[in-house]
Design a protein around this ligand. Structure first.
Ligand code: PLP
Length: 388
C-alpha cells in the first residue's frame, strides 16, 4: 500500500519531500505522471473511493495534495484546475443560498466579478469592508453573514488587513474565514496556523512558479476540504496529472524562489520610493507603507509583488515600453519579472470610476519581481524611468 505521509520540520525540506509516495513507486525518485483517467476496480466501498481523475485521487494528485497540506499547515488539501476553480468551489461549498459575505475592499478582479456577476444567481450577496479597520466590520454584519473572504496581500495595491483581528472577528461571529494566500505564499505566511479556516491559492503563480500551468489549491481542515472536493466533483474543475507533475516540480524550489523574490522586491521598492518620477509605491515591506504594521507583525517576508504610480498614464505606458528585463504581461509569481497596468489586465473588467474609487489609478504599474540579479533590475528600472 502506497502512503503519502512523509513530513519534516522545515518548510524548505517539506517543499522537496513531504507527501512523496512511500515506498517510491517503481523506485522512481520523482513522482511520475499518472496519465490514466481511470483505474482497475479494487475494494471500493463508496463512489468517492473509485479511482478516476475527476475525483482528484490519482497518485499524481495524492502526493501533491499531501505536500500542500503539510506546507500550508492544514489537515488536507485539494488541487484544482485553476485558482478560480479553487476560489469559487471554496466559497460555494461553504455558503448556502441567501448567505451574505464580508469581503476585502480590493480583491483580484476575477474573484470580484464572480461575486458581482455570478454571486446573485446563487443567492449570494456581499459587503466590501476596509480590512485594515476592524471597528468598521461590525456594522456590515447581517444575521445571514457566513463568510469573511480576504486576500493576505491584496491585488494590486498590496494591502494587508488586520489579519489577527479578522480571525478573532470570525470566531466571535461564527463566520468561515477564507483567505487567498497567493501573493504571500506559505513561505511568508501560513494563515491556518493563525486560525483561518480555509486557504485558497492560484498555484498558477508562486506555488508552481514557472508560468507554465494554470492550477489552484484549497487547504484546510479535513472536513472543509472534503466539502470543497464533493462540490468540485460536480463542477468538474479537477487538475490533470500533467499539471500536477509540473506543479510538484515547481513547488520544490518555492522556498528558494520566494526568499530571493522577497529580497529583490524590497530592494526595488526602496529604489522606486527614492525616485522623483515615482509618485507612490505600494509595498508592505516599506516602513512608510500603511500595511507595514500588520505585515511586519505576522510575515516572514513581504513578498515579490509591488505596484507604483507615475501620476500619468502616458508616462506609465512609456515606462512599460522601455524596460528591457521585465516582460510586459499579465499574471505573476514566475521566475521572470513582469510588469503590467492593472487597468489593462486584472481590473480591465471594471470602469475607470470603479477603479478610481478603489484607488487603482490607470497609471498604476504592477510588478511581479522575479529572481533575476537585483542590480541589473534596478539599473533597468532606473533607465526606463529616466526615459533612456
Ligand atoms: C490573487 C489571485 N487569486 C486568484 C487568481 C486566479 O487564479 P487563476 O488564474 O489560476 O484561476 C489570480 C490570478 O491572477 C490572482 O492574482
Amino acid at each position: 500500500m502506497t502512503e503519502y505521509t512523509r513530513r519534516f520540520r522545515q518548510l524548505a525540506t517539506n517543499v522537496v519531500h513531504a507527501g512523496a509516495p512511500h515506498p517510491h513507486i517503481e523506485g522512481a525518485v520523482v513522482s511520475p505522471i499518472f496519465q490514466s483517467a481511470n483505474y482497475l476496480m479494487a475494494d471500493e466501498a463508496a463512489y468517492d473511493e473509485v479511482r478516476y481523475l475527476r475525483l482528484s485521487n490519482s497518485p499524481s494528485h495524492l502526493s501533491l495534495q499531501a505536500r500542500l497540506s503539510v506546507i500550508e499547515s492544514g489537515e488536507a488539501a485539494l488541487v484544482t484546475a485553476s485558482g478560480m476553480a479553487a476560489i469559487t468551489a471554496a466559497i460555494l461549498a461553504h455558503a448556502r443560498t441567501g448567505d451574505h459575505l464580508l469581503t476585502q475592499r480590493t480583491l483580484y478582479g476575477g474573484s470580484q466579478s464572480f461575486l458581482d456577476r455570478d454571486g446573485p444567481r446563487f443567492g449570494l450577496s456581499y459587503t466590501a469592508v476596509d480590512a485594515s479597520h476592524p471597528e468598521s466590520w461590525g456594522e456590515a454584519l447581517r444575521p445571514e453573514t457566513r463568510i469573511f473572504y480576504l486576500e493576505t496581500i491584496s491585488n494590486p495595491l498590496m494591502e494587508v488587513g488586520d489579519l489577527r483581528a479578522a480571525v478573532e472577528f470570525c470566531h466571535r461571529n461564527r463566520l468561515v474565514s477564507i483567505i487567498d494566500n497567493t501573493f504571500a505564499t506559505p513561505v511568508n505566511f501560513r494563515p491556518l496556523e493563525h486560525g483561518f479556516d480555509v486557504v485558497v491559492h492560484s498555484a498558477t503563480k508562486y506555488l508552481n512558479g514557472h508560468s507554465d500551468i494554470v492550477a489552484g489549491a484549497v487547504v484546510g481542515s479535513a472536513a472543509s476540504v472534503a466539502r470543497v472536493r464533493d462540490l468540485l466533483l460536480h463542477l468538474g474543475g479537477s487538475a490533470d496529472p500533467h499539471s500536477c507533475f509540473l506543479f510538484e516540480r515547481g513547488l520544490k524550489t518555492l522556498a528558494l524562489r520566494v526568499e530571493r523574490q522577497n529580497d529583490n522586491a524590497l530592494r526595488l521598492a526602496e529604489f522606486l520610493s527614492r525616485r522623483a518620477e515615482v509618485k507612490t509605491v505600494h509595498y508592505p515591506g516599506l516602513a512608510t507603507d500603511p500595511s507595514h504594521r500588520f505585515a511586519a507583525d505576522l510575515f516572514a517576508g513581504f513578498g515579490g509583488m509591488l505596484s507604483f504610480s507615475t501620476g500619468d498614464v502616458r508616462r506609465s505606458e512609456e515606462f512599460l515600453d522601455r524596460v528591457r528585463i521585465p516582460l510586459h504581461a499579465a499574471s505573476l509569481g514566475g521566475t521572470e519579472s513582469l510588469v503590467v497596468r492593472p487597468a489593462r489586465s486584472s481590473h480591465l473588467g471594471q470602469t475607470p470610476e470603479e477603479r478610481e474609487a478603489l484607488g487603482i489609478g490607470d497609471d498604476l504599474i504592477r510588478v511581479s519581481v522575479g529572481i533575476e540579479h537585483i542590480d541589473e533590475l534596478v539599473d533597468d528600472f532606473g533607465r526606463a524611468l529616466s526615459g533612456e
